[in-house]
Design a protein around this ligand. Structure first.
Ligand SMILES: NC(=O)c1ccc[n+]([C@@H]2O[C@H](COP(=O)([O-])OP(=O)(O)OC[C@H]3O[C@@H](n4cnc5c(N)ncnc54)[C@H](OP(=O)(O)O)[C@@H]3O)[C@@H](O)[C@H]2O)c1
Length: 342
């Protein structure tokens, strides 16, 4: 894939009818990605549906082994099972795969990339580059500049994750539950194990034997891999909140050398893809409702944590469908093109 500025690339979006796939189509257009053909792929249930793209109404095709003929870049967003099964076919057909699922993230020869943090890792790909978890992306973006300046001892993270993080079905269920409650009824959860409307749920993901769920384990392992710090001390609690789009994270950092809140604000404000919104006296801090639809990771509530040596506490918010998924994937593809990868 040579990086000539006039070249156009045939792009497949696997999972084009999902919430991340739909955002990918938007992001490709908004960033004027040099798309030649756009191939929209989904399950057989959606085959024949039409979706809008750049003034056209593209027909959604059912994914099969021959879907990738002539494709240069395949953006996968249809779950880990589909990526495990079909990403090798796309590579075989000559495409560079950027995979949004968890299928390839921890595979040794597969780079796991946040372009602002470890974009150069793309060079080591064997056909697949993995897009990290939607909380690991903003977390590593915010932690990395601080770590480079003063070193990092330990991270303690609590997430506040929106319904769309679990895909369209939970987004629809949240809306439906909210309507039922407003009409005086009692909703019965079906997609998620607990009612999400008017509630917060510290679960919903598969549990392991140590009492952590798979989302917490992903954030730990993936952050270590992205930061190239396999020994990073990090503990995570994941919570689902009744918000449509936008994940928040409360982050406590212990650094090796001391650093104050003003210096953290300066470092983060100078980092690409990060916006600092932090006026402790003026109620200025990011919230999901304000950040949804935006590209940056927003940071506020930056303060000293006096309960430990060299402690900093902060709050971050990012749009899980954009920087947490579609935008990061498209940025990976852009960077791969610039690097002339594959
Ligand atoms: N949502 C997020 O914030 C987020 C963030 C990071 C990563 N991810 C990852 O992105 C992936 C998609 O998530 P999502 O939230 O967009 O889910 P979603 O809204 O439920 O969409 C799932 C997509 O996968 C397609 N699909 C399902 N079974 C398929 C099959 N057998 N063959 C082909 N396509 C199939 C669906 O097509 P049909 O419409 O035809 O069923 C749909 O397009 C997941 O791996 C998820 O872990 C999501």
């Amino acid at each position: 894939m040579a990086g000539s500025p006039s070249r156009r690339f045939n792009v497949a979006v696997v999972g084009a009818t999902g919430v991340v796939g739909a955002e990918m189509l938007k992001v490709l257009l908004q960033r004027r990605f040099p798309v030649g053909e756009l191939r929209a792929l989904a399950s057989g249930r959606s085959a024949g549906q039409r979706i809008a793209f750049n003034g056209d109404r593209l027909e959604v095709r059912a994914l099969d082994r021959k879907s990738f003929a002539g494709i240069d870049i395949a953006l996968f967003s249809a779950g880990a099972g589909i990526s495990t099964e079909f990403a090798p076919d796309a590579v075989e057909a000559g495409a560079l795969v950027v995979d949004n699922s968890s299928a390839w993230r921890m595979v040794e020869n597969c780079p796991l990339v946040v372009p602002e943090v470890n974009g150069d890792d793309i060079a080591d790909n064997e056909g697949i580059v993995a897009n990290p978890n939607c909380c690991a992306i903003p977390l590593t973006m915010v932690v990395d500049p601080i770590r480079r300046a003063v070193g990092l001892e330990r991270l303690v993270v609590s997430t506040y994750q929106s319904a769309s993080g679990a895909g369209k079905p939970l987004l629809d269920e949240l809306e439906e539950q909210t309507r039922i409650i407003a009409a005086g009824g009692r909703p019965l959860p079906s997609v998620y194990p607990k009612q999400l409307a008017h509630n917060v749920v510290p679960g919903g993901w598969a549990m392991d034997q140590d009492g952590y769920n798979e989302e917490e384990v992903k954030i730990v392992n993936e952050s270590r891999k992205i930061l190239h710090d396999p020994g990073l001390r990090i503990a995570v609690t994941c919570v689902r909140v009744p918000v449509p789009i936008g994940h928040g994270e409360a982050v406590f950092l212990e650094t090796v050398d001391p650093i104050g809140p003003d210096r953290v604000r300066e470092l983060l404000a100078a980092s690409p893809g990060i916006t600092v919104e932090d006026d402790p006296t003026g109620q200025v801090y990011p919230t999901p409702a304000e950040v949804a639809g935006r590209d940056d990771v927003y940071v506020g509530r930056i303060r000293r944590d006096p309960s430990t040596r060299n402690g900093i506490a902060l709050w971050l918010v990012s749009d899980n469908l954009r920087k947490g998924a579609a935008l990061n994937a498209v940025q990976v593809a852009e960077r791969a093109i610039e690097m002339g990868v594959r």
